[in-house]
Design a protein around this ligand. Structure first.
Ligand code: FAD
Length: 400
């Protein structure tokens, strides 16, 4: 039996037959029309999404999970889109239901990671439109490992690695701040396949290498962790099953003058590496500025410690904060926020400031307290300010 797959379709009831999608599609013959309908050839469509934004009606944004794709002739004959059919996989219809349930579980995981924002997160108004859920458990994409190296010093108590994945020219459109799912091979003690784990993309949208469409990840090895060990042990050329991209709110504003305040611990630095590289490649130092508070135990255990030092303050002002340097009082990101109270207060009062918090869930409480104190110092109530910022797409939390 065929594996279920996602088929891209056009709603014939809404389509106005302007043929813009057909003219925009970079793959010859992937979108065609007859006297009746404009249709998509499932054998040719590569999910590049070029047709989505140009469609004036949105009729192009239709998808069905199918065992056997609808043929061109099927689609030419339609007056309306068929309902989603019941999917039968090798495991029967329950398997399909459970695949969908697993994809829902990934969405729930992401929602849980964002709940520290205190309410429903919203993307910055100027953020680019993200592509999400292009590949799922029923239809993952295979990536090849292009590189893997350790980011923390040998002997440091944390093993964090930089992994580069290549999609072999297949479309995998991402934005800075999004995550992908990695499906570890094998089964758990219950005999069921392992669930995917989410990892933030640490490269910008045009690729780890500009215009190569590859992505990088920043992955910390967890003792006995299923997926982190699998990813950290991958070698060049290994193949990996990937789902996603995921996430439509933890995105950067597409406004070079926006001021970004980024607070992170450990692998929470991944999206901020992507944000920084995006600005480096597009606006350089001519931006509203980025400020980073990055907490780790020691410099040895801080991912990207070396490369970070080379980024000029005019692009990224860095506050590296360490909690375990022998003979030095412990300091955490929230402590350093208070040290920089005046600068932070200035950012809080600027309607063009965007705040991003990413990393260990344990950091949320201290950071909230620091913001409460700083807001009070300027006669403002933090929770009200935070809620306003969030509703304007300017306050983002992703902790796990
Ligand atoms: P699991 O096997 O799921 O185990 C979970 C935990 O239990 C681990 O800490 C493991 O050490 C512990 N454990 C398991 N078995 C045992 C045992 N027998 N004894 C003791 N302890 C045990 N992680 C990153 O590294 N980088 C990222 O950029 C990143 N981004 C994320 C983004 C989002 C939105 C979310 C939700 C999570 C993100 N994560 C990231 C976390 C990641 O998804 C995984 O949760 C993490 O890698 C651990 O997965 P695992 O399979 O290795 O651990």
């Amino acid at each position: 039996m065929n594996q279920p797959l996602k088929q891209h379709l056009i709603d014939p009831e809404i389509c106005i037959r302007c043929y813009t999608c057909e003219m925009t599609c970079p793959i010859e013959g992937a979108i065609v029309h007859d006297a009746n309908n404009v249709v998509i050839d499932a054998d040719k469509c590569e999910f590049c999404m070029a047709c989505i934004p140009v469609c004036p009606t949105g009729s192009i944004d239709e998808w069905r999970i199918v065992n056997t794709p609808y043929s061109l002739d099927d689609q030419f004959g339609w007056a309306e889109l068929p309902e989603q059919e019941e999917i039968l996989t090798g495991g029967g219809s329950d398997a399909a239901t459970s695949l969908e349930a697993l994809d829902d579980a990934m969405a729930a995981l992401l929602a849980d990671a964002h709940k520290g924002a205190g309410g429903k997160a919203k993307a910055p108004a100027t953020a680019s439109k993200p592509t999400i859920n292009m590949y799922n458990l029923a239809n993952p994409i295979t990536a090849k490992v292009q590189g893997s190296y350790r980011l923390t010093a040998e002997g440091a108590d944390t093993d964090v690695r930089h992994i580069i994945l290549d999609f072999g020219g297949k479309p995998f459109p991402v934005l800075e701040g999004q995550s992908i799912g990695i499906i570890p091979p094998g089964t758990g003690a219950d005999g069921k396949p392992h669930l995917p784990r989410l990892y933030s993309i640490s490269s910008p949208r045009d690729g780890e290498r500009p215009n190569y469409g590859n992505v990088s990840l920043t992955v910390k090895r967890h003792e006995q962790g299923v997926c982190s060990n699998y990813v950290c042990d991958l070698k060049m050329g290994d193949e990996v099953q990937v789902t996603g991209p995921f996430g439509s709110t933890f995105l950067m504003p597409d406004d070079p003058q926006a001021r970004l305040l980024m607070i992170c611990t450990g692998t929470g630095s991944a999206p901020f590496r992507a944000f920084t590289m995006r600005r480096q490649r597009t606006v350089g130092n001519k931006s509203g500025g980025m400020v980073m508070f990055f907490g780790a135990r020691t410099p040895d255990s801080l991912p990207y410690f070396g490369p970070l030092g080379k980024i000029p303050d005019s692009l990224l002002k860095k506050h590296l904060v360490f909690s375990r340097i022998p003979g030095v009082p412990k300091s955490y990101v929230q402590d350093q926020l208070i040290v920089e109270e005046e600068a932070i207060a200035d950012m809080l009062t600027d309607p063009n400031t965007y705040i991003y918090i990413c990393g260990l869930r344990g950091m949320e409480e201290g950071v909230e307290k620091a913001f409460t104190n700083i807001a009070e110092s300027i006669g403002t109530q933090w929770v009200a300010l935070r809620d306003t910022m969030r509703s304007e797409g300017r306050y983002h939390v992703e902790t796990y």
